[in-house]
Design a protein around this ligand. Structure first.
Ligand SMILES: [Zn+2]
Length: 320
């Protein structure tokens, strides 16, 4: 989130606080970009899930969209490919030079784009107070990139505790979330993201209850590339793929970090895709094809490999 302020008690803080508050109100969670064109081709059980957050609005933007990661040819289950037919996401190149706000916290302008206040140099203003990494693509705040090692600890850490499923009548599915030790991702944070995705009303329509022990049919496991290769055998994942294997949605941490070219920098949406897709295998769904150029990609299309002319779509039921 923007507006990370440390110098409490100073006037710039007041402005930043107001600015940050507005940004927090405006920046939602999982607005999905594409406009529905076709129904999802996959039949699945019904069941309401909690409402999804509305699409987002810009707050502060720094760098342009990250370059698409390198592509390797593959022959495995979820290979990586470079489809370039997706709609171009919007990246708002707002200034990044951390302007020093004036004393008066006047939130002029529209609710969407904060007006840059007149710079007034103050000796102790710290440009690091506003995180320059904040990046919006498709109106969504994107996760900060980290460095993912090729291999990590080789053992998973289970996200502790539980997360309740949403209220409703749908079938409850217990699942476990785990993160390989040594990866630069927090297990609890990863678990929150997975839980939010699976219980979104546009997801599979079950009520997912995260647990940390006991019998489960599904584990969602963030894995280093080396770990993913091992866990996906006999599938050949070549260090870049994710898979469903042995009751696990093996999520490749490199892809979790970088996304794929077809999503054009919208890593937040790609994360939703890969969770829904791999768990979809766990629910018994197999791969399908792109129904036609410009159509919304089915969730069980191997969107990591290529969109084949379809538009990116991270949801099984995007119109819900
Ligand atoms: Zn698949």
């Amino acid at each position: 989130m923007t507006g990370n302020v440390r110098n409490r008690g100073r006037k710039p803080f007041l402005w930043l606080l107001a600015f940050g508050g507005a940004a927090m109100l405006l920046v939602g969670g999982s607005g999905v970009v594409s406009v529905p064109a076709t129904p999802a081709p996959i039949a699945a059980p019904t069941g309401p899930a909690p409402g999804a957050p509305a699409p987002t609005v810009v707050a502060q933007v720094a760098a342009p969209s990250g370059a698409a990661p390198a592509v390797r040819p593959t022959g495995a289950l979820h290979p990586v490919g470079g489809s370039a037919t997706a709609p171009v996401p919007t990246v708002s190149p707002l200034p990044t030079a951390s302007p020093v706000p004036t004393a008066s916290p006047v939130p002029t302008g529209t609710a969407q784009v904060p007006v840059t206040p007149t710079p007034a140099p103050e000796p102790d203003s710290d440009p690091r107070e506003i995180r320059p990494e904040t990046l919006l693509v498709n109106g969504r705040q994107q996760p900060v990139k980290v460095r993912v090692p090729r291999s990590a600890g080789g053992r998973y850490r289970v996200a502790p505790g539980q997360a309740a499923p949403p209220r409703g009548k749908g079938k409850v599915i217990r699942y476990i979330v785990e993160v390989e030790r040594g990866l630069p991702f927090d297990a609890e944070e990863f678990a929150r993201e997975v839980h939010r995705t699976l219980n979104d009303r546009r997801s599979w329509g079950f009520r997912f209850k995260r647990v940390s022990r006991g019998p489960v049919g599904i584990r969602v496991s963030l894995s280093s590339p080396a770990m993913a290769d091992r866990r996906c055998l006999p599938l050949r994942t070549l260090g870049v793929l994710s898979c469903w294997n042995g009751g696990r949605a093996v999520i490749n941490a490199m892809r979790w970090n970088e996304g794929v070219p077809g999503y054009r920098g919208d890593v937040a949406s790609y994360r939703e895709y890969v969770v829904n897709h791999e768990v979809g295998h766990g629910l018994g769904h197999g791969h399908v094809s792109c129904p036609g150029p410009g159509r919304r990609a089915p969730i069980m299309l191997q969107q990591t490999k290529s969109l084949h002319g379809c538009r990116p779509n991270p949801w099984p039921f995007p119109k819900r």
